[in-house]
Design a protein around this ligand. Structure first.
Ligand code: KG4
Ligand code: ZN
Length: 364
């Protein structure tokens, strides 16, 4: 018997209780403990500042920082919740997609805790966690019902996803070049701002005129829901060279172009998904007020609410990892202990719950 055989599957004692979530897929080291109904018992998040000097996340530095930060953060969070590991129903950690070093650190620590406490391990897809955040009962009373449209807009991802049920996701459109957060970061660099660029660019845009420069709106009005941002970034670079003293106007014009494009794509996606009960914006860029306002108008025109989690739940965090663990555990899904971390793990490849009568494991 090889080692993988002895480790798989993870033990399933079927004990109800809180779920621990761990997030380490990029540059946030985060831990959260949620009660069985999704109430937040304790959470901690450390945004690594180690990357600022490099103007972007350095994978090796991120992995080492996770390794250093995670154990004390975990100990403090467990203490805050007043829990021992054996009080938990399960231990969930991001297993992909993301930077492989961080994924290895977080998921292996979670597996070790699961073995030690004899509790199930849940290897969570980070994109699914963003997708399920609006189902947190504390965010929308009772949690948002399926199906809904998710606009996932972050530094690494830019996609329209039909969220049909747990484990059932259909990607309606995605970026053909840069993610929108990446475009904000590159635009901020062009304008001489710090990193991460999104918040800095938004602050600068507040003092500028959004109509000052007619920047292109890539793919606007075209059929489908794909995105493109690299042409917009190139146009901004050219204008910035010619207008070095007008950074606020350039920032405001860039932000307005992004908002217009995102709104147009979301409008198309809602037309493809008539059963949607809401438009959900998630990912770091959903913290942007101009973009929220543009999406609000799209949702309103379709007679739907816009659900945008508060900024701390929009960006990377561990609450969404623990919550996804709860949803999966309720559906009888756990992960084998030999589940490999996956740098690339598209939403369409996720495991969905089995039909009634075939479930395994116990809910919380
Ligand atoms: O979801 P997130 O925390 O991490 C991932 O990329 O997965 O998103 C971070 C991204 C960065 O590109 C950052 O510049 C962007 O979200 N961002 C913003 C704002 N806040 C963060 N972009 C525009 N406006 C903001 N207020
Ligand atoms: Zn994310």
């Amino acid at each position: 018997m090889n080692q993988a055989d002895t480790l798989s599957p993870s033990p399933i004692p079927g004990k109800p209780g809180p779920v621990l979530g761990i997030e380490t897929s990029c540059d946030e080291t985060a831990v959260a403990i949620l009660g069985p109904e999704g109430d937040i018992l304790a959470e901690a998040l450390h945004s690594q500042s180690e990357h600022t000097a490099y103007g972007g996340v350095v994978p090796e530095i991120a992995a080492r920082a996770h390794l250093e930060l995670l154990p004390p953060l975990l100990a403090r969070t467990m203490e805050k919740a007043g829990l021992a590991y054996t009080d938990l129903a399960a231990i969930a950690a991001t297993s992909g997609p993301g930077l492989i070093g961080g994924l290895i650190v977080g998921s292996n620590l979670a597996k070790g805790l699961a073995i030690g406490a004899r509790r199930p391990f849940l290897g969570i897809n980070h994109l699914e966690a963003h997708a399920l955040t609006p189902r947190l009962p504390g965010l929308v009373p009772g949690g948002l019902a399926f199906p809904y449209l998710l606009l996932l807009i972050s530094g690494g991802h830019c996609q329209c996803v039909a969220v049909e049920a747990l484990g059932r996701y259909r990607t309606l459109g995605t970026t053909i070049d840069d993610a929108v957060g990446e475009a904000f970061d590159k635009a901020a660099k062009i304008l001489g701002l710090g990193w991460p660029g999104g918040p800095a660019l938004e602050r600068l845009a507040l003092t500028g005129n959004a109509a000052a420069f007619p920047l292109p709106r890539p793919l606007l009005g075209r059929p489908g829901c794909d995105f493109s941002f690299s042409g917009l970034k190139t146009a901004l670079a050219r204008l910035a060279d010619a207008n070095p003293t007008r950074a606020p106007d350039l920032a405001a014009s860039f932000q307005a172009a992004c908002a217009d494009v995102l709104a147009d794509r979301a409008r198309h996606a809602l037309a493809i998904m008539p059963a949607a009960t809401a438009l959900v914006a998630a990912g770091g860029v959903a913290a942007n007020t101009a973009i929220r306002t543009a999406l609000e108008a799209v949702a309103k025109a379709a007679g739907l609410p816009l659900i945008a989690p508060p900024p701390r739940l929009c960006g990377d965090n561990a609450v969404m990892i623990a919550w996804t663990g709860i949803e999966r555990l309720r559906a009888g899904l756990t992960s084998p202990l030999d589940l490999p971390p996956r740098p690339r793990w598209p939403l369409d490849e996720l495991e969905a719950p089995r039909p009634p009568g075939e479930e395994r494991g116990a809910g919380v």
